[in-house]
Structures are given as structure tokens and as C-alpha cells.
Design a protein around this ligand. Structure first.
Ligand code: SME
Length: 169
């Protein structure tokens, strides 16, 4: 397993995601501990892109509960339909928020957050089991390219494991 990431300087965002995919794949493969893998998943995105906050919430007892993350401390529980994360869960759709101040009901865990993307995570039966939440300290950081590549990266996560299936609630 590579201990260091190799991402070229001066490549486009797409180029960075493309270089990252096989490295993240190698990092996660063969490890069945969800906490270990999700922790590294967050660390890699946080380091490569320099985003403010990268983390997971999982569905637990009808709420989203904070999982592994990198960045400032965060809200531990989010209700269904609340904030950007709860909306992604309820609508089963990626939420791209160019300016968090314009999103009704946005939950401000960090006052430094300016824009955000949240991707719902579903299991093999299509049930939403959690979300990936990413915050940026700049406005308008995320677009459909991020949504597309982050979805690809999320395909590396095994949602059949107990962490996602209520085993740790
Ligand atoms: N802003 C999110 C809350 C989670 S933090 O950003 C880590 C929301 O509105 O759901």
C-alpha cells in the first residue's frame, strides 16, 4: 500500500480525481474495517483538495450520526430533511450548494464554511445508509464534475458492512 499520494501539480480538477482513483482503490482494498477505510478516504480528499471539512454521516435510529471526518469539530446528529445533509437523505439526491447562506435551513457547523456538496450513499438495495459531506472555505467550489467523480470514489466503499447496516448504532 502506498503511504504517500502522488498527484501531479498543475493538473485540472478532473485530472486530480483521475489520478486519485487508483490510489484510493489500492489504499482501501483488502481492508474490511469501515472506520479505518472511511478515515483514510476523508484524509485523502482533505489533503489532496485542501477542503475545509470532509466527512461521513450514517443513518442511525432515523437520524444522521457523525462518522469519520477530517476538519473542524462538527454537529453529531442531523434529523431527516434538515440541513443540506438531511435534504440529500430525504431527496436521495446530490446537493450542490454554491453559497451556504442561500440554502434555507443550512446547519452551520463551522462559520468558515462557504460552499458545500453532499452525496447520498445507498446500499445495494437502494436504501440510503448515509451521506458524504464536504465543506469548502470558498464560495462556489463544487459542481457536477465533483458530483460525478465523488460518486465514482464512493463506489469503493462497501455499504454491506455493519457500520452502514446498523451494526454500530
Ligand atoms: N452543513 C451541514 C451540516 C454538517 S457540517 O457541515 C459538517 C448541513 O447543513 O447539513
Amino acid at each position: 500500500m502506498a503511504e504517500e499520494l502522488k498527484i501531479s501539480k498543475n493538473v485540472s480538477k478532473e485530472g486530480m480525481y483521475r489520478e486519485l482513483y487508483p490510489q484510493l482503490c489500492a489504499l482501501l482494498e483488502g481492508e474490511l474495517d469501515s472506520v479505518a477505510n472511511l478515515g483514510n478516504f476523508c484524509a485523502v480528499l482533505h489533503e489532496v483538495f485542501g477542503w475545509l471539512w470532509v466527512g461521513f454521516y450514517r443513518v442511525c435510529d432515523q437520524q444522521l450520526v457523525l462518522g469519520p471526518f477530517q476538519g473542524p469539530l462538527a454537529c453529531t446528529r442531523i434529523a431527516y430533511g434538515k440541513g443540506v445533509c438531511g435534504t440529500a437523505w430525504a431527496e436521495k439526491k446530490v446537493q450542490i450548494v454554491p453559497d451556504v447562506n442561500q440554502f434555507p435551513g443550512h446547519i452551520a457547523c463551522s462559520s468558515a464554511s462557504r460552499s458545500e456538496i453532499v452525496l447520498p450513499i445507498s446500499d445495494r438495495n437502494g436504501k440510503i445508509v448515509g451521506v458524504l459531506d464536504i465543506d469548502s472555505a470558498d464560495y462556489g467550489t463544487f459542481d457536477l464534475i465533483d458530483a460525478q467523480y465523488l460518486k465514482q470514489l464512493l463506489s469503493l466503499i462497501d455499504t454491506d458492512l455493519p457500520f452502514w447496516q446498523g451494526g454500530l448504532c
